[in-house]
Design a protein. Structure first.
Length: 246
């Protein structure tokens, strides 16, 4: 369990107990953001996309990613941003023995479609729209054709991208994707007889992840470089064999 740390609100000067957030790295290990104990939090007056994210390295696989900047709401009404230690250069870290989910596994049997694809060209994410664009490019790279943003009514029902045989949702918020979002996408995929694929920037709630595994929904996380990483077995399988034929 992550230990809480004392944080003083810069507006009212009252000390609060703050628990640093933990997110799932693509290698499967939990990543707790390293909150600085001896620095001064700042009050958030104007929120920007860039300031919402912070770079941190996973202690297990050494991969650097962008994660939601820790913040809390003080009872005085102030929204406070909590400083995080700067991520060290990942090239200076000794890699762990655990294999990240996105690392190549030892060869076993004939190669799948993944071996025939060129390297994926990511789309840098600066806005929520960029996140949808990056997910669309990734779906096309996986082998789905005709991927587009749906009509307004369909988008309101929980689909951000669709194409022949696929529906996808992209969660660009700074909170882990909830169970309801997973179930909503699954129902859309069921109605369209399509594969449901989910992309999230802040990871998934535990019950959401469990339900996606049970429903065989591929889950991906994206950092601000715009490169999706698989976080469950259905996502690994989709990368390896591509879309269903038919």
């Amino acid at each position: 369990m992550t230990d809480s740390v004392p944080v003083r609100c810069p507006a009212c000067r009252r000390e609060q107990s703050f628990t640093p957030p933990t997110y799932p790295c693509s290698c499967g290990a939990p990543l707790t953001l390293p909150v600085l104990h001896d620095s001064s939090p700042e009050e958030i007056e104007h929120r920007t996309w860039e300031a919402t994210w912070v770079a941190a390295n996973c202690a297990t696989c050494g991969r650097q990613g962008s994660w939601p900047q820790p913040e809390f709401g003080c009872p005085c009404g102030a929204l406070v941003r909590v400083p995080v230690a700067s991520a060290p250069d990942p090239t200076e870290r000794a890699p762990a023995t655990a294999r990240p989910r996105n690392a190549a596994a030892p060869a076993a049997g004939p190669p799948g479609r993944a071996a025939l694809r060129p390297a994926f060209q990511p789309v840098t994410i600066r806005t929520a729209r960029d996140a949808v664009t990056a997910a669309a490019q990734y779906l096309k790279w996986l082998g789905f054709h005709g991927v587009r943003q749906p009509e307004e009514g369909q988008a309101a029902s929980g689909v951000d991208l669709c194409g022949p045989g696929v529906v996808a949702q992209v969660d660009p918020t700074t909170r882990p994707t909830a169970l309801r979002d997973i179930e909503c996408l699954w129902l859309n995929g069921l109605n369209e007889s399509a594969v449901s694929v989910f992309f999230s920037l802040a990871g998934y709630a535990r019950d959401a992840r469990a339900r996606a595994d049970a429903l065989h929904i591929p889950l991906f996380i994206m950092d601000l470089t715009g490169t999706p990483q698989p976080v469950n077995d259905p996502a690994d399988s989709l990368i390896r064999v591509g879309p269903p034929e038919g």
